[in-house]
Structure formats: C-alpha cells, structure tokens
Design a protein around this ligand. Structure first.
Ligand code: ADP
Ligand code: MG
Length: 297
C-alpha cells in the first residue's frame, strides 16, 4: 500500500485502541500464522479478588500475617499484589512498606521480603522450593470454581504459614478474538507463569478455544516457546502484559503489549500496544495487515 494509505490505516487502528509502531509491523501482522497469549492481565483482566485467605499452623495470627503480606506486596506492581493490599485494608490492616528491609521479585514465582526480622516468601509452588519450605500443600478446600482462580502461599522462616486463593475473570472478547483468529487459520496457545490448574480454568472459561496450554513458565521459557512456535508454524504473534512477557514479546515476529495496564518493559519491547484492552482489535489488525499486503502484491 502507499505510505499515505498505510499512515491512514495506522491512524484508524490507533483511534480504535491499537497503537501499531510502523507500517512494517502492519505487514508482519498480515503474515502471522500462530498466536501466543499470556494469561494473567492479557486473557484475564488482571483484576484479582481474594476469595479465601487462611492461616496454616499456629505460628502467626491472621492480622499479623496480613500485615506482613500487605507491607511486602505494597512494593510490587504485580496485579495480585494490589488485590492482597486491598484485602488487608478491608480487614483494617494498614501496610507499612517502610518496615520492609529487604525485597526481591522472582518473576513467574512471587516475591521475598524481610520484615521485622522475618524472612517472608509469597507466591506459587515454585516459591515453596525457593524458601526451602518442606510443607506439602493441601489447598483443595481453598479453590472456588468461580472465575480463574489461583492459589498463593506465604512462607515465614521456612514454614508455610498461610494460603490464599484469588480469582480473576477473562476479558470480554477474549474467546471471540481467539475464535476469529482460528477462522483465519491462526491457532492460539496459552503461555502462563501460573499453574496448570489455573491455565485449565482459563481454558474452560474461554469455552476450550485454545489449542495448547503451557503453564508454570519462567520468562525464559516463554521466549523458548515463542521460538518453538516460530520454527513449527511460522510468523508468530505474542500478546502479553507483564515484565515477565517482555523478552517473549521482543522474540515474537509481532509482540503486542497491553498498553494501559501492562508493565513499562512490555510496552517498550512490543511492536504494538493495545491501549483499550479490547483484544478483538488483534484479529482486526491481522485482517488489516493481510489487506495491506495484498495491496502491495
Ligand atoms: P502470568 O504469566 O500468567 O502473567 P506471572 O508470571 O506474572 O503470571 O506470575 C506467575 C505466578 O507467580 C502467579 O500466578 C503467582 O502465583 C506468582 N506471583 C508472581 N508475583 C506475585 C506476587 N507479587 N505475589 C504473589 N504471587 C506472585
Ligand atoms: Mg501477565
């Protein structure tokens, strides 16, 4: 297409909420053969609510535990962190992030913080191993079946002291966007740092539209899988929002970040940013890209 036609197309897409960083990205969109989606914050809204929070053992009381957790999570920008802080505040616990003396983020796992001489880890099953916690978790009673729920653990000085479950809903239009891609011959797969159980629940909520589910991934696993998809299927699209998605977004032929809710790193490394959160703009942009390529040929 002519430069003017391309410019008009990009402008129109931008108005509809998808910022495409240049005409060559639009052409690449037209070549996409397979799509990879992150789960949390991409397929789902990334707006968690806590459905249960309970103390394990008798080492700490709930109010103490919520104080530690909310103080440490106040230092994180993960969508789960906001939900944990809000939950604690709803129980009249005020977080004091200034009391957190050490702090470390483990992407795809959770976080570590030292507060009042205690070493606290918060996160998924991987964090249990990292904190050298021996406890076997039995969270069967925690998981509710609403939305896409995930289990979190709190470890204090090597002991499991708390478990919680959070749920998040799929974005409106997520299932439809994946169906539209499929009707265009583009299969979609899920790449998530969350558990296999959470991935399965997302798939159920989407009505089974995803071709493959890959769970428990670290940022480098997402990059590797994007590489596999490229080798197996051809030009690959990746849609993601987190810090942990940034390398995979850069590795994809077209990386699309969630513009407003996404991390700065993801927006920076992506080739396009979805400002509206409307994932239906993704298949629309692929259609536009295909049209643009036809006009050149
Ligand atoms: P996704 O790839 O689905 O966006 P992430 O890689 O961001 O997921 O996170 C993977 C998992 O790590 C989460 O499902 C959660 O269990 C855990 N996690 C990450 N950050 C935190 C945090 N700040 N607090 C608690 N758990 C966390
Ligand atoms: Mg995410």
């Amino acid at each position: 297409s002519t430069p003017v036609a391309t410019f008009c197309a990009l402008l129109r897409e931008a108005r509809m909420g998808l910022l495409i960083k240049g005409g060559s990205v639009l052409e690449s969109l037209g070549e996409i053969r397979i799509a990879a989606f992150d789960k949390t914050g991409t397929i789902t809204r990334g707006e968690f609510s806590i459905s249960a929070f309970s103390v394990v053992g008798d080492k700490v009381e709930l109010s103490q535990l919520l104080y530690w957790v909310s103080s440490i999570e106040s230092k994180s920008s993960h969508p789960m962190a906001a939900a944990l802080v809000e939950y604690s505040q709803s129980k009249c616990i005020q977080p004091k992030p200034e009391n957190v003396t050490e702090f470390c983020i483990y992407h795809g796992e959770g976080i570590y913080g030292a507060i009042e001489g205690k070493d606290i880890y918060i996160g998924n099953e991987r964090v249990l191993a990292r904190s050298s916690c021996q406890h076997q978790t039995d969270d069967a009673g925690l998981n509710n079946k609403e939305g896409v729920s995930t289990t979190g653990h709190v470890i204090c000085d090597g002991d499991l002291v708390g478990v919680f479950s959070l749920s998040d809903d799929c974005r409106t239009g997520a299932a439809e966007a994946i169906r539209q891609l499929r009707s265009m011959g583009i299969k979609s797969v899920l790449l998530t740092g969350d558990s296999a159980a959470a991935a399965k629940r997302a798939q159920e909520q989407l009505g089974g539209v995803l071709e493959e589910l890959h769970a428990g991934l670290l940022p480098e696993d997402k990059v590797r899988l994007v590489g596999d998809l490229k080798a197996r299927a051809g030009p690959t699209l990746m849609v993601g929002d987190g810090m942990n998605d940034a390398p995979a977004l850069a590795a994809a032929d077209v990386g699309v970040s969630m513009g407003l809710s996404g991390s700065a790193a993801a927006v920076e490394t992506s080739h396009a940013a979805l400002m509206s959160g409307d994932v239906l703009r993704v298949p629309a942009a692929v259609r536009l890209g295909r049209r643009a390529r036809r006009t050149i040929a």
